[in-house]
Design a protein around this ligand. Structure first.
Ligand SMILES: [Zn+2]
Ligand SMILES: [Zn+2]
Length: 267
């Protein structure tokens, strides 16, 4: 990753998060309370995931669990191999498990959408999102009286999503595509309809409207994520969100497919 990528301290008092990579070709997000580290999704192969974790000074066995949002390949490609190789527990909804896309894993725990659960010091709310998978959820994390929302892979901002993600201190927010680039791009018509539809992915302008409704008062970090390399550009995502920031653009970043983003501490 970058020169300032630092290992997780042995004991910390901060909710923090980082990304191994984000976009239509693979997603994996690290969340930590300073002691317990979990991985949300793993859309990279085993060796690639190990390599990317090493950039953060982490060995897979230092992970307490892998949490899965849904069964699409850009989120689960490496989940089974990583869990089997390193004996990691996997948390996922019944629908995601019943998709049978993960293969065998050493231990899986079924989570109930809207029902909070905990992994050591991390408390986690799984939230149902409108997306074309069996039983997709996104996650809101709580630790040290701070909260982080991870909100990608949703076709539109439902009232339920707005209610559940309001008042976060940090937010990883999908800015998947620009409608014009999608329309003019190389995808076949059926895929264009899927991506741009109500159960597909969030366009930049939709992300902006959602962010406005969630409220920005508490947000220390906003990370535009899950950008399509074909149908979006980082500057378009920025342009969509920056007008909401009242000039305070330092808290906005764009996650990259190749490098994700470095640790962000929630103060
Ligand atoms: Zn998806
Ligand atoms: Zn995805």
């Amino acid at each position: 990753m970058t020169a300032d990528a630092t290992p997780v301290p042995p004991a910390g008092r901060r909710l923090r998060f980082a990304s191994l990579g984000s976009g239509s070709k693979g997603n994996a997000t690290l969340v930590s309370d300073g002691e317990t580290h979990v991985l949300v999704d793993c859309g990279f192969g085993l060796r690639e995931t190990e390599r990317r974790l090493a950039r953060f000074g982490l060995h897979p066995r230092q992970l307490a669990a892998v949490l899965v949002t849904h069964e699409h390949g850009d989120h689960i490609r490496g989940v089974g191999p990583l869990a089997r190789r390193h004996h990691l527990p996997v948390y996922l909804s019944a629908g995601t498990w019943l998709s049978r896309r993960l293969g065998e894993v050493p231990r899986h725990t079924l989570i109930t959408p809207q029902a909070r659960f905990a992994i050591a010091g991390l408390e986690i709310d799984p939230v149902t999102v409108p997306h074309d998978a069996r039983e997709p959820v996104q996650f809101r994390f709580h630790a040290h009286r701070r909260s982080l929302g991870i909100l990608t892979d949703l076709g539109h901002p439902s009232e339920h999503v707005i209610e559940r993600f309001r008042g976060c201190d940090a937010l990883v927010l999908e800015c998947n595509h620009d409608p014009r680039l999608l329309a003019d791009g190389p995808y076949p018509p059926s895929l264009k309809r899927r991506v741009g539809g109500d159960w597909g992915h969030l366009a930049n302008a939709q992300a902006s409207r959602l962010l406005g409704r969630l409220g920005l008062d508490r947000l220390q970090h906003i990370v535009c994520s899950h950008l399509s390399e074909q149908n979006n550009r980082p500057e378009l995502a920025r342009d969509a969100l920056e007008p909401l920031l009242d000039g305070d653009t330092g808290r906005l970043t764009v996650a990259a497919q190749a490098h994700g983003f470095d640790w962000r501490d929630v103060a």
